[in-house]
Design a protein around this ligand. Structure first.
Ligand SMILES: [Zn+2]
Ligand SMILES: [Zn+2]
Length: 144
């Protein structure tokens, strides 16, 4: 698999116990849906994961390392962190985005009021979605 930014081979990397693929040059990380779920579990109770993402359907210049389709951008948990993804294969995080995700999620876990608000917003905007899994939700957004 090639880095979407640098077009060099991604290398296997262990990020806090989760096996991902990383670019040695730009330090971007490629997560499959299962790997991102596993990564989220480091910071947050799986029960509380219902509001993980919100699509802002912007096409990017980047290509999926697996199928070369154009990656799409979504916003992570209402905190303005933007991640690129292929709806079939996974998620591309720029260098240090993994740190940002974990720290945002820890803040969220600590701030129950804000979490409740975020979940309500999520439910309001995406209340037609029924898929129980993180990746299922993502796919149904693309299929809308
Ligand atoms: Zn790179
Ligand atoms: Zn793909």
């Amino acid at each position: 698999m090639k880095c979407p930014n640098c077009h060099i081979d991604l290398q296997p990397k262990n990020d806090r116990g989760v096996a991902v693929n990383a670019c040695p040059k730009c330090k971007g990380l490629w997560f499959t849906p299962a790997e991102l779920d596993e990564f989220e579990d480091l910071a947050i109770d799986p029960e509380a994961k219902t509001g993980s993402l919100y699509i802002v359907d912007w096409p990017t210049q980047l290509q999926c390392p697996v199928c070369s389709a154009g990656l799409k951008r979504f916003e992570y948990r209402f905190f303005g962190l933007q991640i690129d993804c292929c709806p079939e294969h996974g998620f591309w995080l720029e260098a240090n985005d993994d740190e940002k995700i974990l720290s945002l999620m820890r803040q969220e876990a600590a701030a129950l009021d804000r979490k409740f608000t975020a979940e309500q917003k999520w439910a309001k905007q995406l209340n037609h979605m029924r898929s129980p899994t993180f990746f299922g939700k993502l796919k149904s957004l693309f299929q809308r």
